[in-house]
Ligand binder design. Structure first.
Ligand SMILES: [Zn+2]
Length: 341
């Protein structure tokens, strides 16, 4: 352990009987990968870096916006004025907090082309994501590479977390067969209470520290609601799905079976997005959710929702047409914001 000029930096957790000198030494040799650096990731990464985990990699593709500051603890107004990506700003602030740790901010979209490289060598992967599509990819890559991962998500005033140990069921895919298990709710449509996200992030960080110390993974899915002050847990052993592809060595999200198709509609100034995970989602539910954000029209076959210059037309068969643009990137962004994947 590098004691150096800051010899008593970790004294308060070394005194804690669950860690001690030996535990601190173990942490200093650990490597954690935090995927996503928003409300969850900023808190998780701060906890791991301040606790002296030897190497921490933080991955995020986005830039900081003002509406992030309500809950994303590492970031400041001056980061926004400098136009910093989240991973770059996080790396900078985390270095200021602990110069003894090797911190790596990676500005990239975590996807199937880079997932294995980014996770290689990690002792634990911790979920700071805001979407289930990428969580399913994390699940696949961790399953395949034998790395334990800590799942966590928060929305509104509620959240849940679970740890998926390497090489034993269940995994995230046992718990929900497709990314639409999140019911399409996103922070953009349902909002989020900052303290709820931080509670889940703290639970995730504690679990990651325990895994780095060599302690066994917790065996429960923990659910909580901070507004109602309720916590309850469900044993993971009851959630094993025998037909889970990921637990049977089939990594569909990593291998990239196309679950989403994006097509520009020629001559129509519109982009069509089809998602396997949207098939069968009741339109009534989508309508209810969007009606909180603006006027919605529709019938049993489709729902129309206007967003500025664009209009989303969501069909019962898993298709959404984004009208008023030929830009596939913009269409995908609107889709994930309002239809939610
Ligand atoms: Zn599984």
């Amino acid at each position: 352990m590098n004691v150096g000029a800051h010899g008593d930096r970790y004294s308060r957790q070394v005194i804690f009987s669950g860690i001690g000198h030996e535990g601190q030494r173990r942490l200093s040799g650990g490597f954690a990968v935090v995927v996503g650096c928003g409300a969850l990731g900023t808190v998780i990464a701060s906890a791991l870096v301040r606790a002296g985990v030897g190497r921490v990699r933080v991955i995020d593709r986005d830039f900081i916006e003002y509406h992030n500051l309500q809950r994303q603890l590492l970031f400041t107004e001056s980061d926004i004025q400098e136009d910093l990506p989240k991973a770059t700003a996080a790396e900078r602030h985390l270095r200021e907090a602990n110069s003894e740790v090797e911190i790596e901010g990676v500005v990239t979209d975590f996807n199937r082309t880079n997932a294995e490289k980014l996770v290689e060598g990690a002792d634990v992967v911790v979920d700071g994501l805001d979407n289930f599509e990428t969580r399913f990819l994390v699940n696949d890559v961790c399953r395949k590479m034998g790395v334990p991962w800590v799942y966590g998500g928060a929305i509104g005033s509620s959240g849940m977390t679970a740890t998926f140990a390497a090489g034993e069921p269940p995994c995230l895919r046992c718990l929900m067969s497709s990314p639409s298990g999140g019911e399409g709710l996103t922070c953009d449509t349902a909002g989020v209470v900052n303290a709820a996200a931080w509670t889940i992030a703290s639970l995730e960080a504690a679990e990651a520290l325990r895994l780095l110390l060599g302690l066994p993974a917790s065996k429960e899915l923990l659910l909580m609601d901070l507004w109602d002050r309720t916590f309850h847990s469900v044993p993971l052993s009851g959630l094993i799905a025998d037909d889970c592809p990921a637990c049977n060595g089939i990594y569909e999200f990593l291998q990239g079976r196309p679950r989403t198709r994006v097509t520009s509609l020629c001559g129509q100034n519109a982009v069509q997005i089809w998602s396997a995970d949207a098939v069968g989602t009741p339109l009534e539910r989508i309508k209810d959710r969007l009606s909180a954000l603006g006027p919605v029209e529709g019938n049993e076959q489709m729902v129309r929702f206007a967003v500025g210059e664009q209009e989303l037309v969501i069909f019962f068969d898993g298709r959404t047409i984004v009208r008023g643009t030929r830009d596939e990137k913009l269409a995908k962004a609107l889709y994930s914001k309002y239809v939610g994947m």
